[in-house]
Design a binder for this molecule. Structure first.
Ligand SMILES: Cc1ncc(COP(=O)(O)O)c(C=O)c1O
Length: 374
């Protein structure tokens, strides 16, 4: 049985009519760059995240970059984040002229270990970016407490966590800013590139709005040096349609994760993701850990089961960050997990039958007997 890692076509088929109508409206009004469809989505997404403002931008990377700029981060500053993230988190820091400083992640959660945060703070530290990896928020209370006590800004990298919760609070709503990617494969994905910053800080909202639009609040009266980082109208319209479906889609992912959890329970050699007690996980990625992951991925591929790796190399060991001189052994938990992660097929439309098939192949590969079908 063929099991894709992700099936964007299945989701598109379920909303084809609605999304087609929405795109047609943008075409009819020629509202292509920014404009009313982006503004409408911003209103809806701010409310979804429990924030008073949302600013639509061109990508999650821009959301992070403009948030840092908006908070006044610049050359000479240090920003603390984690090494097991997509490179964009660190790139945004570097693109402000600041230096990324990494702290290791927790063994059980794979997100920032708050106990290691304090030791990484220096007089140059200006901000902390916890990453809500795979759809689960970082343990925000201790992170916020340490950051607030030291006067540091907190930017949530919620690019993988649309609709996730921490103690009932929406991802993105707890820090000074929350940054989202709407890359097509995300839980809330555009039909192109897009991102957003959510915040309840009116001044920050205003500044990021200007930064994304060449530093202008009024056309051609540029008071800052900004950039062109506007969301386009078609993405705004598509995202408004898709946002209505997001809670059901997230429930579909949670249901599928529960099936994986159940079927993989007790399978020796497999570590399944843990939903922390504080968390509502939305399983953007369902990653397991296995020691010989290359062999497992190859054997699944032979059976037409597609997997991913997020991410094979932690950021501090990437060639792009060689200049930081952080060798192997700097962040042992992130390094070991990066060597063992296998992202299994995960999307709302994935069927129980497909999951049983995937787990059956995993068990066979690891030398277990067949999956007990309940
Ligand atoms: C954790 C994380 N941060 C940042 C980004 C960057 O988002 P984008 O690809 O929309 O620029 C991503 C997207 O893959 C991500 O997963």
């Amino acid at each position: 049985m063929k099991v894709p890692y992700l099936d964007l076509k299945a989701q598109y088929e379920s909303i084809r009519g609605e999304v087609g109508d929405a795109i047609q409206q943008v075409l009819d009004r020629t509202a292509f760059a920014g404009g009313p469809f982006v503004a409408q989505f911003e209103k809806e997404f701010a409310s979804f995240c429990g924030c008073s403002h949302a600013v639509g931008v061109g990508s999650g990377t821009e959301a992070l970059w403009l948030s840092l700029l908006g908070l006044g981060i610049g050359p000479g500053d240090e920003v603390i984040t984690v090494p097991n993230t997509f490179i964009a988190t660190a790139e945004a820091i570097s693109f402000c002229g600041a230096r990324p400083i990494f702290v290791d992640v927790g063994e059980a959660t794979w997100t920032m270990d708050p106990q290691r945060l304090e030791a990484a703070i220096t007089p140059r530290t200006k901000a902390v970016i916890p990453v809500h990896l795979f759809g689960q928020t970082a343990d925000m209370d201790p992170i916020l407490e340490i950051a607030r006590a030291r006067g540091l800004s907190v930017i949530e990298d919620a690019c993988q966590a649309h609709g996730a919760e921490y103690k009932g609070k929406p991802a993105g709503s707890m820090g000074d800013a929350g940054c989202f990617s709407f890359y097509p494969g995300k839980n809330l994905g555009a039909y192109g590139e897009a991102g957003a910053v959510v915040t309840s800080n009116e001044g920050l909202d205003r500044k990021i709005r200007m930064l994304r639009d060449h530093g202008q609040a009024k056309k051609y009266y540029h008071s800052l040096i900004g950039w062109n980082a506007r969301m386009d109208g078609i993405q705004g319209a598509v995202l408004s349609v898709k946002l209505k479906h997001l809670p059901a889609w997230n429930e579909g992912r949670r249901r599928n994760a529960a099936i994986y959890d159940e079927l993989l329970k007790g399978v020796k050699g497999v570590t399944t993701p843990k939903q922390a007690g504080y968390s509502k996980h939305v399983y953007h990625i369902y990653a397991i850990r296995v020691a010989d992951r290359d062999r497992l991925i190859a054997s699944l591929a032979e059976k037409d089961i597609q997997c991913g790796i997020h991410y094979p190399i932690p950021v501090h060991l990437l060639d792009a960050y060689k200049s930081l001189n952080l060798g192997t052994g700097s962040f042992p938990v992130a390094e070991k997990s990066a060597a063992e992660f296998v992202s299994l097929p995960m999307f709302p439309e994935l069927s129980g039958e497909q999951i049983e098939w995937v787990v059956g192949e995993i068990r066979r590969n690891l030398g277990h007997s067949a999956v007990p079908i309940s």
